[in-house]
Design a protein around this ligand. Structure first.
Ligand SMILES: Nc1ncnc2c1ncn2[C@@H]1O[C@H](COP(=O)(O)OP(=O)(O)OP(=O)(O)O)[C@@H](O)[C@H]1O
Ligand SMILES: C[C@@](O)(CCO)CC(=O)[O-]
Length: 428
């Protein structure tokens, strides 16, 4: 919203995620189940006086000021389109017609723009994503970026398996879409004249389903900077929230192959940080090369993982039905036993794919001592583990388990799954 001085001030935000079933196997088109978590990434956009744009990334200790005119000039360059596609065939919403590899290459060169000091790999990747989304989302439009500050902060730990990079890309893409909406009066042309016209249908207070699909699509491609070839699971959960099932082969017949599950359950897990940092891209390539060496064997494992995810979906749905019907504790317990066993089976197979870590196994052993079932979540190799906390778990035992984990330097946090996806709030 423009404040009393007609300035644009808003924040966009999106959740992190955990994967319940199907990390890694989802990369090969198998079914996976993931959920949003309450920790979020927030982008705060504030229009200021002057002729500069300041980008602040406190999680990386990075803050840089750009001359607005120099930044704006990047939007004058053409967006690379796929062969045989003309500008008149494209608009903001036709992400699929953009030559993403060429745009990634172009925006990769922007990383050194203004760089006055040596940048860490994490900063370079974040800047690459920033310029990629900046050019991609705003490059076909008539927007003029006002003098402003953009701060992107997060409650998520970076590089630990809770989707910080997807949440970063979703939040940033949402901020650019929101900027565009606020700089374009209703009914006005959004696209540059050579491009097909594009109109927004959402209000300034929320994102429409169409806008969410555009945000998620751009975030998926931005994720390529961190992940190489992401499956689309992380950006979908961070955009749409809730607990969702996804299969990139698209048999679920929903846009992007995902479906938000309509569940009437309050699922809780203990997030446990192994404290071991790792890199999603290299873990995904590790599995890929194992698969290349033992194709037949690894395919069987991936199929088993899909079987686990399918059973996970059915069990969650049954659980939701039983909760609605106020079924007996005994019936509900038997379904939690199934989920616990699926956690163990899924972790075992991930470990066979060589993406566990001795600290993750240690965490599993500690939690098993307290009757909890735990699996790695995300790419593995370190990062977070999740322990399922069933509703009948004795309340006095959980603090004991947490004490034992923390005595071993594993930080913990109990969370509930599901919850709102990407959103926008006006600031006064
Ligand atoms: N709030 C943020 N500010 C700046 N950069 C961020 C932020 N969040 C994520 N990033 C970028 O994302 C990178 C982390 O991505 P990575 O895929 O390794 O971890 P993750 O997304 O937390 O894990 P996973 O994909 O397994 O869930 C960081 O190095 C940084 O470049
Ligand atoms: C390991 C992986 O399955 C999940 C990372 O959060 C990779 C992906 O889905 O792109």
């Amino acid at each position: 919203m423009a404040d009393s001085n007609n300035k644009i001030n808003f924040c966009t935000s999106s959740p992190g995620k955990i994967i319940l079933f199907g990390e890694h196997s989802v990369v090969y088109g198998k079914l996976a189940v993931a959920a949003s978590i309450s920790n979020r990434t927030t982008a705060t956009f504030k229009e200021v006086e002057g002729d500069v744009f300041t980008l602040n990334l406190p999680k990386l200790g990075y803050c840089e000021t750009f001359e607005l005119a120099n930044l704006q000039s990047k939007l004058d360059e053409n967006i690379p389109l796929k062969k045989k596609i003309s500008k008149q065939q494209t608009d903001l919403g036709t992400v699929g017609l953009v030559d993403i590899d060429a745009l990634l290459e172009l925006s990769g060169k922007d990383v050194n723009f203004n760089a006055s000091v040596e940048q860490s790999d994490a900063i370079r990747k974040a800047l690459h994503a920033f310029f990629f989304l900046f050019r991609g989302i705003l490059g076909t439009t008539l927007v003029n970026v006002p003098p402003s500050t953009l701060e992107i902060d997060s409650e998520l730990e970076l590089g630990a398996g809770t989707g910080s990079s997807a949440s970063f890309c979703v939040t940033l893409a949402a901020a650019f879409i929101q900027l565009l909406k606020q700089r374009t009066p209703p009914g006005y042309r959004v696209s540059k004249h050579e491009y097909r016209n594009f109109t927004f249908d959402g209000s300034l207070e929320s994102f429409s389903e169409k806008e969410k699909i555009i945000i998620s699509c751009w975030a998926l491609h931005g994720e390529k900077i961190n992940h190489g070839k992401p499956s689309g699971l992380d950006n979908s959960v961070c955009t749409h929230g809730a607990i969702l099932q996804m299969n990139v082969r698209g048999f679920l017949k929903h846009e992007g192959g995902f479906q938000c599950m309509d569940l009437n359950i309050k699922l809780s897990v203990l997030l446990i940080n192994s404290g071991v940092s790792r890199d999603t891209k290299s873990l995904v390539s590790k599995v890929r090369s194992l698969k290349a060496r033992h194709e037949g064997v690894i395919n069987l494992i991936l199929n088993s993982m899909e079987g686990i995810a399918e059973k996970g979906v059915l069990t969650l749905q049954k659980l939701s039905d039983l909760e609605k019907a106020k079924a007996s504790d005994k019936d509900i317990r038997s379904l939690y036993t199934v989920l616990e066993e699926l956690f163990d089976l899924n972790h075992g197979l991930l470990s066979t794919l060589q993406v566990s870590h001795e600290k993750l196994e240690h965490i599993r052993a500690i939690t098993a001592g307290f009757g909890l079932h735990t699996k790695l979540t995300g790419a593995g190799g370190g990062g977070y583990a999740i322990a399922l906390i069933p509703p009948d778990y004795p309340v006095n035992v959980l603090p004991e388990c947490i004490n034992q984990l923390e005595a071993n330097n594993y930080q913990t946090r109990q969370i509930y799954l599901g919850g709102e996806g990407v959103n926008v709030k006006q600031l006064s």
